[in-house]
Design a protein around this ligand. Structure first.
Ligand code: ASP
Ligand code: MG
Length: 403
């Protein structure tokens, strides 16, 4: 018998009726002759509500206790879903992350899965149980509960699919697939039938919220057949796999955007005889993700480095820079907020020079100032004012013929 992993996100388990619907859907998967593992998120906005409770106690909660708190959300869903199976006449067992053998590194709030001890799940599956597993959580070697970062239930599902050698991992969600861009803000955005792991990884990292980036990374590294589909319909969703047949000969396959970006500029004394490693090592030690980095060392101006971060991390960045100013050896800092990142993604870019130039031209015609740029083989990202974010995305989506 083959194993199938099904994952349902918060909106898909938001009410008791929806939870019963999830059980029914899993039962029909089992009736096709599969062993079924179901990974679930916390119900509806539970995780946000728990976060808000902590915010009322303290502005700076212990990360360990945040993991303890947030992990309770998924535990509610697994118990209710297991009960739903019983009501429908089927045997099911619920498992927290640690009961499911999910071992993670010791990084609170953003842990990576290191190993899954699958014995217990294998046993339950072989005895014919539906296995209902709490997403987003695990345990570190020291026995502390950890969580995998917001949206991390996707990663639980894919990691389990890899560990259990599942035939496929289906992510059921409140949209019916992966789109060329966010249809709520971009005219003519449409569903993709297929997308490659690499393109999906870029899109997920660039703010397409539909999948947790680490889930895509895991799927790619372990060749897990992954799909994103609607929990409310039977329609086929988007398949994410290694090689895709491109529908049209499109260089750009998706446009992603992300608000809430800040640019930090750090200026050094002249002549610059330090090392950029100092600043980025300190930020990394504090688990701050730095995105685009632009360095400028010329003869005429004081040396400086600019980098982009999530606006939410700004206070932490300020704290780190203040604390280590003398170690890092800079003179002044400048913070610019109210920015966003807009990106185009497509595997076809590798063999097509001039994509970035064309992108800048499109933005210039719309009078949109480009503040920072970064490129990879299959994407170009620009930092633009947040006010121009949707306008930029629409212009790029149209010009690249994605409609
Ligand atoms: N409940 C967690 C969150 O809201 C994890 C998840 O849903 O994937 O981020
Ligand atoms: Mg999600």
């Amino acid at each position: 018998m083959e194993t199938v992993v099904m994952k349902f996100g918060g909106t898909s388990v938001a009410t008791p009726e929806k939870i019963i619907g999830v059980a029914e859907r899993a039962i029909s998967e089992k009736e096709k002759g599969n062993r079924v593992v179901i990974v679930v998120s916390a119900m509806g906005k539970t995780t946000d509500t728990l976060q808000a409770l902590a915010d009322e106690i303290t502005a700076n909660p212990s990360k360990r206790e945040m993991d303890m708190l947030l992990a309770t959300g998924e535990q509610v869903t697994i118990s209710l879903l297991a009960m739903a199976f019983k009501t429908l006449g089927h045997e099911a067992l619920s498992f927290t992350g640690w009961q499911a053998g999910i071992e993670t590194e010791s990084v609170p709030r953003n842990a990576r899965i290191e190993h899954i001890h699958t014995e217990r799940l294998e046993q339950a599956l072989s005895e014919g149980f539906f296995c209902v597993v709490a997403g987003f959580q695990g345990v570190d070697r020291a026995g502390n509960i950890t969580t995998l970062g917001r949206g991390g239930s996707d990663t639980t599902a894919v990691a389990l699919a890899a560990a259990l050698n599942a035939r496929k991992c289906d992510i059921y969600t409140d949209v019916d697939g992966v789109y060329t861009s966010d249809p709520r803000y971009v005219n003519g955005a449409r569903k993709l039938e297929q997308i490659s792991y690499d393109e999906m990884l870029e899109l997920a990292n660039l703010g397409a919220g539909v999948l947790h980036p680490r889930a895509v990374e895991f799927a790619k590294n372990n060749n897990v057949p992954l799909s994103v589909r609607a929990s409310y319909s039977d329609e086929a969703g988007t398949i994410i796999q290694e090689v895709v047949t491109v529908e049209k000969n499109l260089i750009v396959r998706g446009v992603a955007f992300e608000p809430g970006i800040a640019r930090v500029t750090v200026t050094y004394k002249k002549p610059f005889n330090g090392s950029l490693a100092n600043i980025f090592t300190k930020l990394a030690e504090h688990h701050i993700d730095v995105d685009i980095i632009v360095q400028s060392i010329t003869n005429d101006f004081p040396p400086s480095v600019s980098f982009s971060i999530k606006q939410d991390h700004m206070d932490e960045v300020k704290r780190v820079l203040d604390t280590y100013q003398s170690d890092i050896g800079f003179v002044s800092t400048d913070f610019e907020v109210g920015l966003s990142k807009v990106s185009i993604v497509g595997s076809g870019m590798v063999s097509n020079p001039g994509v970035a130039a064309q992108m800048f031209d499109i933005l210039r015609r719309q009078d949109i100032p480009v503040k920072m740029v970064s490129t990879s083989e299959i994407k170009v990202s620009v930092v633009v004012p947040e006010n121009d974010m949707h306008k930029s995305a629409n212009a790029l989506h149209e010009e690249y013929g994605l409609e």
